[in-house]
Design a protein around this ligand. Structure first.
Ligand code: AMP
Length: 192
């Protein structure tokens, strides 16, 4: 069974449209017979994705640090709940257990996780699909920043080949399944 790692918001205060999309992502993961790998939380979009998977009889793997469990933030209905000590350990396990990565709208935690994955893809350490769900243009400003990064030569234009952007939940799986590895700039380590 393939696994999709989902990074997303832990906030419970979001507009209902974000919860609806997160639940739909969870349902789609189960319908496609993939497993969910994620941060193991019960709050925000994290909880919504996991509940969406479970509602359709799917498989949920949560990887959660002890300090979050101590605050009872874990999704207890997960099929596998793996405890780790640090956030770094958690990210590493999520990365190794997943066949593809999806970022839904989120805050710093989500950005940190997806940018680490993109950085590994850029460095050719990771060769797995990465998709951003740009729901209602949530990631437009980040994508503009990526363009500026290229325009001002902080990074090579090949970074554009390291991720795909889905506008809707329906676009997510076709993008993952149609994904082909795009080699980066062989000279990524040079400054000119
Ligand atoms: P954020 O986007 O800032 O809400 O952070 C969400 C991401 O950071 C998730 O993908 C989690 O891995 C981690 N995280 C942050 N807060 C929590 C929480 N309350 N419960 C579980 N994971 C969290």
């Amino acid at each position: 069974m393939k696994s999709l790692c989902v990074y997303c918001s832990s906030s419970d205060r979001l507009d209902a449209k974000y919860f609806a999309a997160a639940t739909a992502v969870g349902r789609e993961i189960a319908h496609r017979h993939w497993a969910l790998v994620y941060g193991g939380g019960k709050t925000g979009l994290m909880g919504a994705v996991a509940r969406g998977v479970k509602a359709q009889g799917g498989h949920v793997v949560g990887i959660i640090p002890e300090f979050m469990k101590a605050k009872e933030l874990e999704f207890t209905e997960a099929d596998e709940l793996i405890s780790v000590l640090t956030m770094r350990e958690r990210k590493m396990l999520m990365e190794t257990r997943a066949d593809a990565f999806l970022a839904l709208p989120g805050g710093w935690g989500t950005l940190e996780e997806v940018l680490e994955i993109l950085t590994l893809a850029h460095l050719e350490v990771l060769h797995k699909p990465v998709v951003l769900l740009n729901q209602d243009g949530y990631y437009d400003d980040l994508l503009r920043l990526f363009e500026r990064i290229v325009a001002e030569k902080f990074m090579h234009a090949t970074i554009r080949g390291k991720f795909a952007v889905a506008r809707t939940v329906e676009e997510v799986f076709p993008l993952i399944q149609g994904w082909q590895h795009q080699p980066g700039d062989a000279k990524w380590f040079q400054t000119k």
